[in-house]
Design a protein around this ligand. Structure first.
Ligand code: DSN
Length: 435
């Protein structure tokens, strides 16, 4: 790791944890679908002296001096995002996805206005109106649901929207394994006179790779985190139209409303080291290697899903079209918590997850969620997905068998040793991660 020796001298305790976490990331199979491995170039920008600078405001209009280089960094990040996604206006300052979503709500809505998002258990996100989040506390929130097959039903969503008349409709998910029809959502929002926001945090990289339809130009606002399939640092971007469809000719246009909601509405100084690292990730995402990477994520997910189905496991919606899948554990007679723990012991990291209409509690739900972005970043392909599908099935079917868990861990270590991440790579198809 860069500066390891300085960190080791100054703070050996933190250095040791960092070494251990590095070993965990190298030796395990990271299958949480919202996680990934960034390149060394991204790490370098993130761990840089840019963290020293205050820059409240926006390029060319800062409240502090000395921002001539920070302005250029932020402008580069903006123009790269604009080129990749084709948005009219970009804000790269949100600290992460949750504050980005809150910024959109405070920009467009008054406290108490109604928002409509996907139900959490159906695959939605906390910040799409769940009751314990600010989005559900400060705004009136209603949900739409998936059907009995686990799929979005656009006719039912239209009916719900007509009945509820929300001011904002949110499309986007954290645990939905199928494609989202953003054009249909835009039609629904238009029909009921609502703003339409798409949260593409999970699928931003897939959109760049052309393996998921883009919500641009259908949505009024699009938010994304930068650290999931986009393979950048933790952070977020808000993209929007310039004109406000529900307030044409208003005192501020839509873009201005978003910018002032981020700063000074919710945040202080932008994290310039994060902005620089986002710019680097966006440059990487503009390469043909990245597009191949995104395509391979989906090929890998489909192969993994087919393998799990062949092993007799049940998947919500029966498979996947994107980077993730949900295993319904009900028929195995085990819960998500037990499955997550057993797989963790075997060196396979997944997360327990509620499934649509779950009868169990969120802390021990009926499902686990898993995905392929991080495995694909280390160069794994269909052949490895078949092996991994078999290993997962073996653990889930022998959840209390310590020998099987030990053998699986050994197999995982042998496999991951062939696909090193930050050490010299021998099998990489994605040279952005190599020394
Ligand atoms: N925590 C993220 C996820 O895992 O999907 C969403 O914020």
């Amino acid at each position: 790791m860069p500066n390891k020796h300085r960190l080791q001298t100054t703070d050996p305790e933190i250095a040791e944890f960092l070494e251990k976490e590095l070993a965990r990331q190298e030796q395990g199979l990271e299958m949480i679908p919202s996680e990934n491995y960034v390149s060394k170039a991204v790490l370098e920008a993130l761990g840089s002296i840019l963290t020293n600078k205050y820059s409240e405001g926006y390029p060319g209009r800062r409240y502090y001096g000395g921002n001539q280089f920070i302005d250029q960094i932020e402008n580069l990040a903006i123009s790269r995002a604009q080129k990749l996604f084709g948005a009219e206006h970009i804000n790269v300052q949100p600290y992460s996805g949750s504050p980005a979503n809150l910024a959109v709500y405070t920009a467009l809505l008054k406290v108490g206005d109604k928002i409509m998002g996907m139900d959490l258990a159906c695959g939605g996100h906390l910040t799409h109106g769940y009751k314990v989040s600010a989005s559900g506390k400060f705004f009136t929130s209603v949900s739409y649901y998936v059907n009995e097959k686990g799929l979005l039903d656009y006719d039912a969503i239209l009916e719900a929207a007509k009945k509820e008349k929300p001011r904002l409709i949110i499309a986007g998910a954290s645990a939905y394994p199928r494609l989202i029809d953003f054009a249909k959502f835009a039609e629904i929002a238009k029909e009921v006179g609502a703003y339409f926001m798409a949260d593409i945090a999970h699928i931003a990289g897939l959109i760049i790779g052309g393996v998921h339809p883009s919500p641009l130009p259908h949505a009024d606002v699009v938010t994304t985190t930068t650290h999931k399939t986009l393979r950048g640092p933790r952070g977020a971007i808000i993209m929007s139209k310039i004109e406000d469809p529900l307030d044409p000719g208003g005192k501020k246009n839509l873009a201005q409303k978003i910018d002032s909601a981020v700063f000074p509405g919710l945040q202080g100084g932008p994290h310039n080291h994060q902005t620089a690292a986002i710019a680097v990730a966006l440059k990487e995402a503009g390469t043909s290697e990245f597009k191949n990477y995104a395509k391979q994520i989906v090929k890998n997910a489909k192969t993994l899903a087919e393998t799990l189905l062949e092993e007799g496991l049940e998947l919500v919606t029966g498979g996947t079209d994107n980077h993730l899948m949900l295993i319904d554990l009900t028929n195995l007679g085990i819960g998500g918590k037990q499955a997550e723990t057993a797989l963790d012991l075997a060196g396979i990291t997944v997360n327990k997850n509620v499934i649509p209409f779950d009868q169990r509690k969120p802390m021990d739900p009926s499902g686990i969620r898993l995905g392929t972005p991080a495995l694909t970043a280390r160069g794994m392909k269909e052949k490895e997905m078949k092996i991994i599908g078999h290993l997962i099935s073996q653990v889930l079917k022998n959840i209390n068998n310590e020998d099987i868990i030990r053998q699986t861990k050994k197999a995982v270590e042998e496999l991951t040793a062939m696909f090193p991440i930050y050490k010299k790579m021998i099998h990489s198809n994605f040279p952005l991660l190599i020394d």
